[in-house]
Design a protein around this ligand. Sequence first.
Ligand code: PMP
Length: 420
Amino acid sequence: ARAGYAARNPQSAAMLRRNQAFMPGGNTRSVLFYEPFPLVMARGEGCHLWDADGHRYVDLLGEFTAGLYGHSNPVIRAAILEALEGGLNLGAHNMLEGRLAELVCGRFPSIERVRFTNSGTEANLMALAAAKAFTGRPRILVFTGAYHGGVLTFVSGPSTASVPHDFLLAPYNDEETATRLIRENADSLAAVLVEPMLGSGGCIPGDPAFLSALRAETEAVGALLVLDEVMTSRMSGAGRQAMLGLRPDLTTLGKYIGGGMSFGAFGGRADVMALFDPTRPGGLPHAGTFNNNVLTMAAGAAGLTQVFAPETADALFARGEALRDRLNALCRARAAAMQFTGLGSLMNAHFTAAPIRRPADAASGDARLRDLFFFDMAEAGFYLARRGLVALMLPLGQPELDGFAGAVGQFLERRAALIG
Ligand code: PMP
């Protein structure tokens, strides 16, 4: 499969070799690298991508969830072009930032005030800074396998590149351990930072009871609950928090909410966010040249007002659930050691039949099968993340989803001896 992949993609291979002279490993975005070499995409349109060798794919990755609107969505395009007409880099407040802020606050009841960043990573860093300043405490509880940005990776303990935070680590979906740690650190805990579904960690949903325990316990000790909805904000008009009836103190956002442009946001309780009010003495600064850049502000507002209404979010969620049920039914019918975890339009293939409640459960899966799945899907014309992430975008039609289900069925048949 690997040799076939290499033979089919000489341009992608050549591009990597050339770029290795200028970027370490030819790479500037770690998640995109895989052996023997990553595909280079040349163009996208609607729900399709074309690679450097001219192959067409159904895009099932959707830019790791930021590409919700699809490639060159006409509404988003028009908004960006209109903003462009007014000039870039105005070096001042502009006519667009207040509109996007109003839309975000209007959607998420827990977000009383919001500020923008250029990435989800920065949004989380600022939320943690706010929590520490607001509580006057140093410690942050995070979860093994969580991903909150390039410098906030907890796949195997706090990342070495991590900023100097005082992190405590607990297993995901383990209410008892988290509760104990929160209580033991009652006086030093500033915040619990958690994804309502581990996204990069393999689309593993947080149990409602686990998440509400975090809410209750943080409140009891005066720590803040910071909910990272960078990936899950698409689950409904107001993210997974609305579906769970959960009100975090702070929420972080990113990905599609910026219309597909570089984007992040953090917001929540007005009293916490008041830390950033420049008219208040002793507040926290939060600068950033591109925080209010007009292209992102325009694209984001157009998407929320003209494309992704709350009903559209609900419909996309339902389509994702239906697809995941269908794929899992195929796996079960063949008694395969394969399953798709996730929620709504976000799912991840895993190569074990055992229940998956935290990343360690998925780690027992067969890594070679995961690679084979990627190669086979690419050959069949479906592009997804090498780790098995599927993030549905709006322009995908039923024919594309049927086609993917068919390709998964063929994979199960073709590789039956390995997945059995
Ligand atoms: N939080 C979560 C849950 C994410 O999935 C990501 C990105 N995959 C981030 C934060 C970081 O966002 P960005 O890549 O925009 O920095």
